[in-house]
Design a protein around this ligand. Structure first.
Ligand code: BES
Ligand code: MN
Ligand code: ZN
Length: 503
């Protein structure tokens, strides 16, 4: 986000300077108006493609520098030729791909014309969204910012030239709101734990009020009154006070519109507590609040695009530290639900935070359904790697909706099994349950722990430990914190609550 990026949609024309981007289909075929705009330089494309063995396959590009006969200083020819059986062209990924090909380029004009058939305004808007998210950088703490190195900030002007610029501009409005939400989530995950701790995180959430979200912050005293003994135990060893934040977006007037709730794990730093983690890689545990970051990013997106939906976001924000005051293995906690929990591992803290957050949400919001996001287990990385988030649910319809939204956005989920035999693994000798079922099926027993706090509410748990941070770069993300889930849940809300899908 340190680069400033200005995106506009303009009438179809070739630029008089900067970089010009055109699209080529099979045999480097260009669209009719693109050919016209290239004028004399068009004759260079065929021979250049031959020399460079450019076949115009999707997600490939050929760069021509200072082509004779063209005002632009650079011509990027982007392939869009599909092979048999290929999925439809993914304009979101294509936008990211083009941004990746033109780093540090200050003026870019895209001639958004299909080599064959036609592309609509929504395609141009998706392209713009992908471009923008690829351009995100987190360089806030780099003090040496030479323009020439990768920490330098550039102001980029991106113009997307197409027939119906006005329609594309309108289609981009909602996506711009989503882009802001994803960027906010990424930044919250990237921020260090000395800057982003429970209180400062809650203050960040409070900023949503500017967009018309109603935000309520509960401090430890208020949580104590409510009996949130599980959440409070996790934060008890930290010098930082815990917080509980409720964000309400009412995009529908009708009093009857039942809310949907999204709940996030917000462990601002997870040392493991007394069951302390090994030192190597512990710094990554600043991202253990990615579930909560996604909720805040989503609320931003929904409010900014004025989603016609009633959505309540809930986050439990704590820091898990070892200290003389810390909770111990062996402690028995009383959760808000009244159920008791034997702590067998203080590093299984996320489920304790969520136990009270889910119960509070079920009792107070009484949502149509609730979805929680959490960087809950390392075991989900063993099972699914970084390709899918783990999906656990007591509801087939909600699961199907999430799977669909996952396919549509590329933020994919994989449903994992649940059942009574797994549930038994967290029964405790001394209390109603224990907070870890041991090594086997670690992600599933964690999900069963959560399930004990949702009652009959249709519920889904997304274990995002593999997707929210430190995942490999993609066409649309090179940031450590990925902002995973904002686009998925924005889509889900559009499909499940609003009249029509965001097109
Ligand atoms: N925050 C971790 C899970 C995690 C691991 C997130 C790797 C991202 C990357 C969680 O609180 C945790 O420590 N889980 C334990 C559970 C165990 C103690 C039952 C784990 O996964 O080892
Ligand atoms: Mn932990
Ligand atoms: Zn954790």
């Amino acid at each position: 986000m340190s680069d400033s990026l200005q995106i506009s949609f303009v009438e179809f024309a070739a630029p008089s300077a900067g970089a010009m981007v055109v699209f080529a289909g099979a045999s480097s075929k260009l669209g009719a108006r693109t050919t016209e705009a290239l004028a004399g330089a068009g004759a260079l494309v065929g021979p250049a493609a031959e020399t460079l063995a450019f076949t115009a396959k999707t997600m490939s590009a050929m760069d021509l520098v200072r082509p004779a006969g063209l005002a632009a200083e650079r011509l990027l020819v982007v392939g869009t030729a599909a092979k048999k059986g290929d999925k439809p062209l993914d304009f979101f990924a294509l936008g990211g791909f083009v941004a990746g090909k033109l780093p540090k380029t200050k003026a870019i004009q895209i001639l958004f014309e299909a080599p064959e058939d036609a592309w609509d305004a929504a395609a141009a808007a998706d392209f713009a969204l992908g471009f923008r998210l690829r351009a995100y950088k987190f360089t806030k703490y780099k003090t040496k910012k030479a323009e020439s190195d990768e920490n330098g900030d550039v102001s980029i002007e991106l113009k997307i030239a197409l027939d119906d610029a006005e329609a594309a501009r309108r289609a981009y409005e909602a996506r711009e709101a989503v882009a802001e939400g994803v960027e906010l989530a990424r930044t919250l995950v990237n921020e260090p734990p000395n800057v982003l701790f429970p209180e400062s995180f809650a203050e960040k959430a409070m900023e949503l009020e500017k967009l018309g979200v109603d935000v309520e912050i509960l401090d430890e005293k208020a949580m104590g009154k409510l009996g949130m003994g599980a959440l409070l135990a996790v934060g008890q060893g930290s010098a930082r006070e815990s917080r509980f934040v409720v964000m309400r977006w009412r995009g529908v007037k009708s009093k009857k519109a039942q809310a949907v709730a999204i709940v996030g794990k917000g462990v601002c730093f997870d040392t493991g507590g007394i069951s302390i983690k090994p030192a190597a890689g512990m710094e990554d545990m600043k991202g253990d609040m990615a579930g909560a970051a996604c909720v805040v990013g989503l609320m931003h997106a929904l409010a900014k695009r004025k989603a016609k939906a009633h959505v309540v976001g809930v986050i439990g924000v704590v820091e898990n530290m070892p200290s003389a005051d810390a909770y111990r293995p062996g402690d028995i906690l009383k959760s808000m639900s009244g159920q008791t929990i034997e702590v067998v591992n203080t590093d299984a803290e996320g489920r304790l935070v969520l136990a009270d957050a889910l119960w509070w949400t079920k009792e107070n919001v009484k949502p149509k359904f609730m979805i929680n996001l959490a960087t809950l287990t390392g075991a989900i990385l063993v099972a699914l790697g970084v390709e899918n988030a783990g999906l656990f649910s007591n509801d087939d319809e909600l699961s199907a909706r999430l799977s669909e939204a996952g396919k549509a956005t590329g933020e994919t989920v994989w449903r994992m099994p649940m059942g009574p035999a797994y549930d038994k693994l967290i029964d405790s000798k001394f209390a109603d349950m224990k907070n870890s079922g041991g090594r086997h099926a670690g992600s599933i027993t964690a999900a069963h722990f959560l399930k004990r706090f949702v009652g009959e509410t249709p519920w889904a748990h997304l274990d995002i430990a593999g997707t929210a941070m430190a995942s490999p770069a993609t066409e649309t993300n090179t940031s450590w914190g990925s902002g995973w889930g904002v686009r998925l849940l924005d889509r889900l809300v559009a499909e499940a609550c609003e009249e029509r899908a965001a097109s």
